[in-house]
Design a protein around this ligand. Structure first.
Ligand code: ASN
Length: 301
């Protein structure tokens, strides 16, 4: 059965990937191939609100391996080994519980454009991501006018990217801040300071303040990217892992690299399918994924 709208969305996605790759390549980033099996992966939390029901694992040659939830730990290892600016387009498996289906933006298998900058900081990340998003929207408007017309979508080139802290938005909108602020916004905006995984740096001068960020799309399309400046000091990483109630032994090879010396870095991951959904204005992310991986729905093929 012909599916013109899906094909149009995939073309838009392909143009967007070209633009983001070339934006990063022009700035000296090197693309690496993703991995999907590891001895350890991003714990994604601990987060009391997390909807992940477990990390899928397999056994191979007597070794227990887990499927990638994100490549953050590998990114830190690589930027510290001298590959100072890197990106990858990485498949991520996140077994979201079925109720995430209703959000319209969750998939249990998706891809993220995942990057890291040695000695980088928030400002570097913001500049680069803003340049990439602006270039993507402009290029898609130029190259994909028929595809956007099929989706009846007028996507606007972003003008400014406001910066808020999460607590400011909670004060204004309450616990549903992300959805409500996104619905209200007409441009993408940054949200700073989220208490989350051990690898996102906590400001040493301001305990309880985290040097991390999300980028949120306007018009109700929700989160685009999450990232942070990183914890790089071995003792601090170990302290954060223990404080989170995680088992240090589950991160043994990663911690061995950290002990040999990590460099400070910053980075983030931009969801590819969420970007496509925003560009074409799809009401549910399932409508732009070629082979759907929607929480609460069976996989067809
Ligand atoms: N890719 C994200 C980052 O770089 C991590 C994630 O997806 N959980 O911070």
């Amino acid at each position: 059965m012909k599916d013109d709208k899906l094909i149009a969305a995939l073309k838009v996605q392909s143009v967007a990937l070209d633009v983001i790759r070339s934006t990063f390549r022009k700035r000296g980033f090197i693309e690496i191939m993703p991995i999907i099996l590891s001895t350890t992966t991003d714990p994604l939390g601990p987060d009391p609100g997390s909807k992940i029901i477990g990390i899928p694992e397999i056994e191979y040659q007597g070794q227990k391996l887990v499927l990638t939830q994100s490549m953050i730990l590998h990114k830190q290892i690589l930027v510290s080994s001298g590959l100072e600016k890197l990106f990858t387009i990485s498949p991520n498996m996140r077994l979201e519980s079925p109720e995430s289906r209703a959000t319209g933006c969750h998939l249990f298998e998706f891809s993220q454009f995942d990057f890291e900058i040695a000695h980088g900081n928030m400002k570097h990340v913001f500049d680069l991501v803003q340049e990439a998003i602006t270039a993507i929207v402009s290029q898609v408007r130029r190259d994909c006018s028929e595809e956007l017309a099929l989706w009846d979508r007028k996507v606007k080139v972003p003008k400014n990217f406001e910066i808020y802290t999460k607590s400011q938005l909670i004060e204004r909108y309450g616990t549903e801040w992300e959805r409500l602020a996104s619905e209200k916004a007409t441009d993408p905006f940054w949200v700073l300071n989220h208490k989350r995984e051990f690898y996102d740096a906590e400001d040493s001068d301001r305990p309880g303040y985290y040097r991390n960020y999300d980028l949120v799309y306007p018009e109700g399309f929700g989160e685009a990217l999450s990232g942070g400046e990183r914890e790089w000091d071995f003792d601090r990483i170990l302290m954060r892992i223990e404080r989170d109630g995680l088992r240090a032994e589950d991160y043994k090879p990663y911690l061995e690299y950290a002990q040999r010396g990590f460099v400070a870095s910053a980075g983030g991951g931009l969801g590819v399918e969420r970007l496509t959904r925003f560009l074409v204005g799809a009401s549910h992310i399932r409508d732009i994924q070629a082979f759907q991986r929607v929480p609460g729905e069976l996989v067809i093929i």
